[in-house]
Ligand binder design. Structure first.
Ligand code: ZN
Length: 395
């Protein structure tokens, strides 16, 4: 077992850990551990809500979740010799649950506190807890399904430079001021702008803490550095290439998912858990320019659950409430594909909430199938049939 460089005490919040992590992005959050290129080490992570959600049948913890606390991250990890313009090579050698904490949760957030992809259809909070049995999982809240995990960190990336951070803050503020597309109401909000409330910034204190807390970016969206990409295929054995923006790279990670469907549609949509990640790191000097890198790239690992049969649901870019025609809008199309799958699953004894939670966290494949056939984008959602304990095919 590799040496654990970042340890978690599950009975304490992130701010009270022996080595506290952080829940904002800022170049001045100091590194808490240091490694060398070639090192192999273990990092432990809390679940993304910092332990707010409990393994019980009451969804009020999901409804009342404090989203100012998310995402609690482990790090930053300094990699000796990494400089801006380099590529940080990160191998995810292994990922798993922490001993004694082998469970996870999937949630539908309340429309007024977080929302989700289908919040207009499912405005109220709901929760499913999952038991993790080795590589498999099942839930007392969604009977009739069992599947193998495709375990991955929902969030991993290097610290931004000050210049990059300012770019993020400027463009996200501009979006909020401008307003979103016609189908997007203001609740939930268009973007999570800097907010010092509940900021955890490693060992920073005093005036320095206040300055960083006011400027630091929230961890909610994926950005140029990777961050909260929620890519299910970033699983065991993956090799990720990250752009480096600050001396030492300052790599952080968290938000471990036992499993997730493409899109993580309910927002708290994976099987969220605490866990460990074993890593190996290396550096490619000057790699950002050499490979024209803007966002991270990665090579998925060889260990993934294997499903060969799917039932695939199509969706097109026509609004389900108004019948309005949208122009090649993949967001609307994927929503329609998801809604079609949910309506179908309701015919097999699932509630709408159960189906929504299942599409969020099961190993579902989402695709942009057509994006040129005006005026409709076509998105598809592929449901692996083997996760069900009975046939779900039409007969
Ligand atoms: Zn997550």
């Amino acid at each position: 077992m590799p040496e654990t460089l970042f340890k978690i005490d599950l009975t304490k919040p992130m701010s009270e850990q022996e080595i506290p992590g952080h829940n904002r992005w800022h170049p001045d959050i100091p590194a808490v551990v240091s490694v060398k290129p070639g090192d192999i080490f273990r990092i432990e992570c809390k679940d993304w809500t910092d332990g707010q959600i409990k393994n019980n049948d009451d969804p009020s913890d999901i409804k009342d979740v404090d989203l100012n606390i998310v995402h609690v991250l482990s790090g930053p990890i300094r990699v000796e010799g990494a400089e801006p313009g380099d590529i940080l090579v990160v191998d995810l050698l292994d990922i798993g649950a922490l001993p004694g904490d082998e469970w996870g949760f999937t949630g539908i957030f309340d429309r007024n506190n977080g929302g989700g992809f289908l919040t207009d259809h499912f405005p109220e909070a709901a929760k499913a807890c999952w038991d993790i049995q080795g590589i498999y999982t099942s839930s007392r809240h969604i009977p009739g399904v069992r599947f193998a995990g495709i375990t991955h960190p929902g969030l991993i990336g290097c610290a931004p430079s000050m210049e990059l951070l300012q770019k993020w803050n400027k463009r996200e503020k501009a979006l909020v001021e401008r307003g979103g597309p016609p189908w997007k109401p203001q609740i939930p909000p268009l973007a999570a702008l800097p907010n010092p409330e509940q900021a955890v910034l490693g060992k920073l204190t005093g005036a320095e803490f206040d300055k960083v807390a006011a400027e630091a970016a929230r961890t909610v969206p994926p950005r140029e550095h990777g961050g909260n990409c929620d890519i299910k295929n970033l699983s065991k054995g993956s090799r990720i290439y990250f752009p480096v923006y600050v001396d030492g790279a300052n790599l952080s990670m968290g938000d471990i998912h036992f499993s997730q469907g493409d899109g993580e549609i309910s927002f708290c949509g994976a099987i969220e858990m605490s866990g460990y990640i074993d890593l190996h790191v290396d550096i490619i000097k000057g790699g950002v320019e050499k490979y024209g890198m803007v966002n991270p790239i990665f090579k998925p690992g060889p260990v993934e659950p294997h499903y060969s049969e799917y039932l695939i649901f199509e969706g097109i870019s026509v609004d389900e409430f108004t019948g309005e025609q949208y122009y090649l809008d993949a967001h609307v199309s994927y929503r329609r594909a998801c809604l079609n799958a949910i309506e179908y699953l309701k015919k097999f004894g699932f509630t709408g909430e159960q189906a929504y939670l299942l599409l969020s966290c099961a190993p579902v494949e989402g695709r942009i199938s057509g994006i040129v056939d005006v005026p409709n984008a076509c998105c598809t959602l592929a449901l692996p049939t083997a996760i069900f304990d009975k046939s779900i095919l039409p007969t």
